[in-house]
Design a protein around this ligand. Structure first.
Ligand code: BGP
Length: 485
């Protein structure tokens, strides 16, 4: 048996994509509440109305923007899949599949509606306590992302979000509240979801980002690094059981040709997109290549000696990442571009592409695991992986998704190879284990779930849950600790 005893099999979600109940029990708005369907690379000025009737000033949403909010338009994240009211049913289904771990996130604005209050919203705290207790009833460990793309909107509007150093203390106050409140209930934590996308998304604008955009992104990232490091230190002080990880968007990149210029460009892409964030969070200091990255865009960081000390003392306990696809890098002009959400660049002729132009590349997962383990020697966890696809419900209510089973099977086999080669991989949580709103498209129809949810892009549907074929397949994989793949 290749998978170690106690391997953490499970699934993953994010609050803004599944909870719904966006204005219930004192919750404030988050930036994700004002997103609608569209494309990731657009930047638009959006205006919105707070639940209390106030109209916001209007924001330019820099990443993950799904387009302008138009009157009467549907906001998918407002309802999600109504996990807020279905969590017991959903957790029972996860338990039936045999989950050992469940990755979820906490909605910051459910705990601090504006983000800057000193006292938390008790109703918000209570909701997550109930969820954690429900998970423990079945012996499922929660893995909690503290911030998954959903900064409270108020902080964006009144403080400029992560452009402002004050965000560090708002975030650490929020994180400390969680560590204290859930001591004994939660021991696995992730500070920021896909922290590296702050920079990586600029690349996806296809060369349209100017130096000012890089200055802003590197500065935001620095404040997030410091906030993350301080949170790690606080979490360790509150409980020595806490294991706190970074979470990196792991898109593997290959040189498109053997041209040495492509090899060099690809190496630099890894440094900028993957190693920069991982090095700061795992080693506690900026790597030497940072100077090259900053000089390329005339970036000057607001960084203090105290920041450097905080980074050094707040290194993470584990390295976690999402993995869906690989990409290519080239200095040559290409015609064959992948242009799906989150994916851009020349298509790899050796790979198949999904409907959203995401390259199916299990070998890339093995490659990533081996490179990353060799660099950091920390326990690794894959906290997102899966196939977004359009599923069809048959006349008898069944959902046959052999494509999803095939995708997951080949990626789990890649994990086995990396483990056999010495990689300390401790867990795997499949993304969107239950259908939810897609982050990049804002749609329900791009589904990842092993459990189907009756909900469409326009917001119609009963929220009924149904088991897909992949549900039974994954149940068997978990039961046999990976042997039945
Ligand atoms: C990751 C995000 C998730 C998730 C996933 C799939 O980058 O952390 O929130 O949604 O991508 O992306 P999409 O929903 O666009 O298919």
């Amino acid at each position: 048996m290749v998978f170690p005893k106690g391997f953490l099999w499970g699934g993953a979600t994010a609050a803004n994509q599944c909870e719904g109940a966006y204005d219930v029990d004192g919750r404030g708005l988050s930036r994700m509440d004002i997103t609608t369907a569209g494309t990731l690379t657009e930047r638009r000025q959006v205006t919105y109305t707070y639940p209390d009737g106030r109209t916001g000033k209007g924001l330019t949403i820099p990443t993950g923007a799904h387009g302008a909010v138009l009157p009467g338009e549907y906001y998918p994240n407002h309802d999600g899949i109504d996990f807020y009211h279905h969590y017991k049913e959903d957790i029972a289904l996860f338990a039936e599949m045999g989950f050992k771990i469940f990755r979820m996130s906490i909605s910051w604005s459910r705990i601090f509606p504006h983000g800057d209050e000193s006292e938390p919203n008790q109703k918000g705290l209570e909701f997550y306590r109930n969820v954690f207790e429900e998970l423990h009833k079945y012996g499922i460990e929660p893995l909690v992302t503290i911030s998954h793309y959903e900064t409270p909107l108020y902080l964006e509007e009144h403080y400029g979000g992560w452009n402002n150093r004050k965000m560090i203390s708002f975030y650490t106050h929020y994180a400390e509240t969680l560590f204290k409140e859930y001591r004994g209930l939660v021991k696995y934590w992730l500070t920021f979801n896909e922290i590296n996308t702050t920079i990586m998304f600029l690349e996806m604008l296809g060369g349209k980002a100017d130096d000012a955009a890089y200055q802003q992104a590197y500065q935001q990232l620095h404040y997030q690094f410091v906030a993350s490091a301080q949170a790690v230190s606080i979490g360790h002080q509150i409980s020595s059981d806490n294991q706190i990880g970074c979470m990196i968007c792991g898109i593997v990149s290959y040189p498109l040709t053997p041209d040495p210029q492509d090899i060099m460009k690809n190496r630099h892409a890894w440094e900028q997109n993957i190693f920069y964030s991982g090095d700061v969070q795992c080693f506690g200091e900026y790597p030497t290549f940072s100077k090259r990255l900053w000089d390329a865009h005339d970036v000057h960081l607001d960084i203090t000696d105290q920041d450097r000390a905080d980074l050094k003392s707040g290194t993470v306990d584990m390295y976690t990442f999402s993995y869906y696809m690989s990409s290519t890098t080239t200095t040559h002009a290409v015609e064959n571009d992948a242009q799906g959400n989150f994916s851009i660049g020349a298509k790899n002729p050796y790979l198949q592409y999904s409907e959203w132009d995401w390259a199916d590349d299990p070998a890339g997962l093995q490659y990533y695991l081996e490179v990353i383990y060799d660099r950091y020697h920390l326990p690794l966890m894959i906290v997102e992986n899966g196939l977004g696809a359009v599923d069809k419900v048959g006349a008898d209510g069944s959902i046959h998704d052999p494509y999803r089973i095939a995708y997951m099977a080949e990626h789990i086999e890649a994990m086995e190879k990396a483990i056999a080669n010495g990689v300390d991989l401790v867990g795997y949580t499949s993304w969107g284990c239950i259908d939810l709103v897609s982050a990049g498209t804002g749609q329900m129809s791009k589904r990842y779930g092993l459990i189907y949810v009756d909900r469409d892009d326009a917001g119609n549907g009963t929220f009924e849950r149904r088991k897909k074929d992949s549900f039974y397949w994954y149940q068997n994989v978990i039961q046999t600790n990976g042997a039945a793949v």
